[in-house]
Unconditional design. Sequence first.
Length: 144
Amino acid sequence: MKKATIIYWSGTGNTEMMANAIAEGVKAIGNDAKVVRVEDADKDMVINSELLAFGCPSMGAEVLEEEFMEPFIESLSDVDFSGKKVALFGSYDWGDGEWMRNWVERMKEYGADLVDEEGLIIRLTPDDDGIDDCKALGEQLAKA
Ligand SMILES: Cc1cc2nc3c(=O)[nH]c(=O)nc-3n(C[C@H](O)[C@H](O)[C@H](O)COP(=O)(O)O)c2cc1C
């Protein structure tokens, strides 16, 4: 059985809903998933996991949340991502997804093999279709 580690930051719960739905998708095909708030995460969780999903809404002006998520992601710049599969996700509101495009490029520079080259972005609270998209991403990650 494969195990996915899903690390996220969420201020008002939208990205958290996405994280939990991604975990459901991973579990739907018989794998295991651990959902961890970035405040409780550490780098070893990333080093020791082959399947990873990182979630963060668009904050500031089109940046990652700056107190916890930004320093955590920065700390991963020297992680060896070979052999790992990575998914990115997050909620946004008024922007056009710029934060996610930048995040995707950054993770590629880190050597991450992204299962979804665009990252999954959902405007505000995910509706039923959005939840299904999250579950599908979880399945895609687990099958990768
Ligand atoms: C301080 C702050 C800054 C934000 N900046 C952006 C932004 O630059 N672009 C955007 O599309 N949404 C922005 N948003 C909207 C959030 O991304 C949106 O409300 C999202 O659903 C929050 O996700 P969460 O419930 O997981 O915290 C911002 C929200 C806050 C509170």
